[in-house]
Design a protein around this ligand. Structure first.
Ligand code: CAA
Length: 249
């Protein structure tokens, strides 16, 4: 069982919660980063619900688009856990779907800030302590739509594709220091993000997935945890695609 400290950004969301729970199952001390529009009560209620299910997960507020807010998030993780972060899971993300011909700058900017700039803010704050310690795991959640593109997601596909470049470049810089950097690329996983797609579009997408169903958050949680473990030190700069065969490459 691991005694490592893990921070999952967007930890109280659909994928994030399953990632947190999977890490707890393997003994990690887990902190769920949340934004929730600053709704601290909602995060506390989420924490209580996890506790009622037998999952002890700490929570820390942080807006991943804002450098100062990320700094105070990391500081509160260190205060709560008494250590520094061994495993960072950059999972927070949003969609603002729409055809490019109608897309506004705000739709572009919000998605790029939350899904890509967030990598810069959060990772920069943990990377030096990881290098000094000679151990670290950075796991970036990308998407099948980075690899294949998606009608209505020029902003999201661009941001998620950027994550792959970031991952492979950073992986090379820190490989010799015991720090691994990888991406996990989920396909369509049944979370609130997918549930908000119009039902007829969901059905159309589902029919194109060779496995003929959407994935479950737990199926993502277990691969993230696998990458987080000490034993996975020879996997770096890699992408784990979990998409039911929607895109094979
Ligand atoms: N390919 C080609 N044409 C398409 C298309 C597609 N995939 N989807 C729609 N169209 C066409 C329609 O047939 C329609 O054509 P006509 O005008 O000739 O009838 C035209 O595009 C307009 O379609 P809509 O009426 O649907 O346009 P809209 O602007 O109202 O909606 C949209 C656009 C919001 C992007 C909608 O198509 C949609 O929700 N698509 C799904 C986007 C998606 O998959 N998002 C993933 C979210 S989950 C996620 O991101 C997690 C992850 O990592 C996987």
């Amino acid at each position: 069982m691991s005694k490592r400290i893990a921070l999952v950004t967007g930890g109280t969301g659909g994928l994030g919660a399953a990632i947190c729970r999977s890490l707890v199952d393997k003994g990690f001390t887990v902190v769920a980063g949340y934004n929730s529009g600053g709704n601290h009560e909602k995060a506390k209620a989420w924490q209580e619900a996890q506790r009622a299910d037998g999952y002890d997960i700490l929570v820390a507020y942080g807006d991943v688009t804002d450098d100062k807010s990320c700094q105070s998030c990391i500081q509160s993780v260190e205060e709560m856990t008494g250590g520094n972060i061994d495993v960072l899971i950059n999972n927070a993300g949003i969609t603002r779907d729409g055809q490019f011909k109608k897309m506004t700058w705000e739709q572009w900017d919000e998605v790029l800030s939350a899904n890509l700039d967030s990598m810069f803010h959060m990772t920069r704050l943990v990377i030096n302590p990881m290098i000094e310690k000679g151990f670290g795991r950075i796991i970036n959640i990308s998407s099948v739509n980075a690899q294949k593109g998606q009608f209505g997601q020029c902003n999201y596909s661009a941001a998620k594709a950027g994550i792959h470049g970031f991952t492979k470049a950073l992986a090379q810089e820190v490989a010799a220091k015991g720090v691994t950097v990888n991406t996990v690329s989920p396909g369509y996983i049944m979370t609130p993000m997918v549930a908000q797609i119009a039902e007829e579009i969901q059905d159309k997408i589902c029919s194109t997935i060779p496995v003929k169903r959407f994935g479950t958050p737990e199926e993502i949680g277990r691969i993230v945890t696998f990458l987080a473990e000490d034993e996975s030190g020879y996997i770096t700069g890699a992408d784990m695609s979990i998409n039911g065969g929607l895109h094979m490459h």
